[in-house]
Design a protein around this ligand. Structure first.
Ligand SMILES: Nc1ncnc2c1ncn2[C@@H]1O[C@H](COP(=O)(O)OP(=O)(O)OP(=O)(O)O)[C@@H](O)[C@H]1O
Length: 612
């Protein structure tokens, strides 16, 4: 019996409230002017009139930063290294530890724990899009595949999982009514102690999917007294992410989920003063959220030890294991004092997982479950994708035409936020400047800006003070900004996975979004993967793009080449006969990519597949 699960898509039936029409034709020559000097941009309806009426960009405002209180760890007891097969089933171990003795809401020294829900922004004009507005009834239709030994079954509600009262209360405070598809599967798998490699579409709730089991596990388990070495912190869980902003976001989320549980979450990332982070670590830490560079620094200074790590989560795991980060990750995971696979639980999450990265990742895992929710590496159907042929020389005026049209279609005088991706840091600065002088309030984020500038830019964007953010790929992954209604790929990336993550900044948590890409001859290598991806997501592919796709060279070794090219962007690499020195992990059941195969057996058998 195949364990294929198919019901109606949460994407399909999500409300259509945020769909935006640019109302701009793809006429690439509109307002094109010769270099080197371009006249100031004039929106279509004001052309031939004075510029005096164009809006000034509003000034930036600074936001309050949440005060972070001291630690509340009064941890004790025995460390259980027997993860995996020998580990007790969840729910049978009984009871949650009460932690620290400081009492809910209090931290050591009697200080009240800051309420992380206090500053939750409620924007009336967008309230219908908030968490409660998500149509969860359609969730069941999403294709899901699990593979590995004895995969625990999914749940349908949070009530079916014993996460503990305190965590359940925080789930309610977050207004999460039902688990998202990735949470339905990933949480029971993680709670059973299994290692996990999970792929699920952007904006589908992966953060909670790895945070809930970690927090719940820390609350439930009894741990050995952590070593008392002056000025060295011994976290129980480590969550690594590739960017500073994403680490901060995960930290903020984890603080909400662990509010009044006594579980202490600390963040460490580069570009910010290390002294404050050291002070926080000295006050105690259960869950450390970090970027790799800053963590290596802390490890080398012996201010953090990984000896007690029980849970390791890599968010954006494929990015963390690609060429840029792999050496640092190997150092952290394999060359310091972290317990090896099998002695810790390892959770890898991303929306994309290229085969070669899956192979690397298997070094960090022990008898893991592979979980694919939705089409792996695909974009979600919630995002309306458009591609327009725009010459480089026309890109600025074309972008401003789009932005202008968007202004006209704002809801209650408010428009959604627009995120514009460019290739280079210089390009980001230049485009931001150009937009500002032309009356479009914009800010920018890239690696050459100071951390303070980056954080201020993000705040200003989130609050809508500057509703346009020009960004390099530093903002491509993970950032969850609810009101992003439009992502523009001003410069297309060279890798289709990067495109998937970039456009995934809109169309999140069941909301609709729009993504527009500017394509020209410089993007030939993207023609085929882009056309394939759009087709897969039921988007209209322009005839001219199909022609480019047919022409484009699409040779071997190209990361953009998606094996099989059919419905799913990738699957458990262990199913490939080349894995494990030519041994077919699943006994040669065949069924290549894109060919749905029933692997036989429901839960509890060697392989479960929820495909159809
Ligand atoms: N069960 C739930 N019910 C309602 N909203 C949820 C639920 N789980 C998560 N969310 C919300 O969905 C949004 C997206 O979640 P999250 O940032 O974890 O997505 P993600 O899958 O990690 O995306 P990405 O791949 O871009 O990193 C967040 O605003 C989060 O608060």
């Amino acid at each position: 019996m195949s364990a294929t699960m198919r019901t109606s898509s949460w994407a399909d039936s999500a409300d259509n409230n945020a769909a935006i029409g640019s109302g701009v034709s793809s006429n690439t020559n509109a307002s094109a002017v010769g270099r080197p000097v371009k006249p100031a941009y004039v929106p279509p309806h004001l052309r031939n009139r004075s510029m005096a009426s164009l809006a000034e960009p509003p000034s930036l405002v600074t936001n309050n930063v949440n005060e972070r209180g001291p630690a509340n760890w009064g941890g004790s007891l025995n460390f259980k290294p027997d993860l995996g097969a020998g580990r007790q089933g969840y729910g049978s171990g009984g009871g949650f530890n009460s932690r620290g003795g400081a009492g809910a809401g209090r931290e050591r020294g009697g200080r009240r724990e800051a309420n992380p829900f206090e500053n939750d922004e409620v924007d009336e004009s967008f309230s219908e899009q908030e968490n409660t507005g998500i149509n969860f009834d359609a969730y069941d239709d999403i294709p899901v595949e699990t593979s590995g030994e004895n995969v625990p079954p999914p749940v349908n509600t949070f009530a079916e999982i014993d996460l503990g009262d305190a965590l359940n209360q925080n789930i309610q405070r977050c207004k999460y009514v039902k688990p998202t598809p990735v949470q339905r599967y990933a949480i029971p798998i993680s709670l059973s102690g299994r290692d996990l490699m999970a792929c699920a579409q952007t904006g589908s709730g992966k953060t909670a999917a790895f945070c809930f089991p970690i927090i719940s596990g820390i609350l439930r388990e009894q741990y050995a007294q952590r070593p008392r070495v002056a000025r060295t912190a011994y976290p129980l869980a480590l969550i690594l992410s590739p960017t500073r902003e994403l680490s901060c976001q995960i930290h903020d989320e984890a603080k909400k989920f662990s509010y009044q549980t006594g579980v202490k979450v600390v963040v460490a990332y580069g570009g910010a003063p290390i002294t404050q982070q050291l002070r926080e670590l000295e006050r105690g830490v259960d869950i450390l959220v970090a970027t790799p560079g800053r963590l290596v620094d802390l490890l080398e200074r012996a201010r953090v030890s990984l000896q007690m790590i029980r849970y390791l989560a890599l968010d954006e795991a494929d990015r963390m294991l690609d060429m840029g980060f792999e050496p640092q990750i190997r150092k952290i995971v394999e060359q310091m004092d972290m317990p090896p696979p099998g002695m810790r639980q390892t959770l890898l999450f991303s929306a994309t997982f290229p085969k070669e990265i899956q192979r690397l990742a298997s070094d960090f895992l022990s008898s893991y479950v592979f979980l694919a929710v939705g089409r792996v590496g695909s974009s979600t159907d919630l995002i309306a994708q458009r591609v327009e042929y725009v010459l480089d020389s026309d890109k600025r005026s074309h972008l401003m035409d789009l932005l202008h049209a968007q202004r006209e279609t704002g809801v209650n005088g408010k428009q959604g936020l627009t995120l514009v991706f460019v290739e280079t840091k210089k390009g980001a600065d230049a485009l931001e400047h150009c937009l500002c002088v032309n009356g479009f309030p914009a800010t920018c984020i890239h690696g050459d800006r100071t951390q303070q500038e980056r954080e201020q830019a993000l705040r200003s964007f989130k609050t809508g003070n500057t509703p346009i953010l020009v960004a390099t790929d530093v903002a491509a992954r993970g950032l969850d900004i609810p009101r992003v209604a439009h992502v523009v790929n001003f410069d297309l990336p060279n890798d289709i996975d990067d495109y998937v993550h970039r456009i995934g900044r809109t169309g999140r948590a069941g909301k609709m979004g729009l993504a527009t890409a500017f394509f020209n001859e410089g993007n030939l290598s993207m023609a085929k993967p882009l056309a394939d991806l759009m087709q897969e997501a039921n988007q209209e592919v322009p005839a001219w793009l199909t022609r480019y796709a047919a022409r484009a060279s699409y040779g071997g070794g190209n990361r953009n080449k998606r094996t099989g090219g059919a419905r799913f962007g990738g699957r458990d690499v262990r199913k490939e006969s080349s894995f494990n020195k030519g041994t077919d992990y699943y006994g040669g059941t065949g069924g290549g990519y894109g060919v749905p195969t029933s692997y036989g057996g429901g839960y509890g058998q060697g392989v479960t597949s929820a495909w159809d």
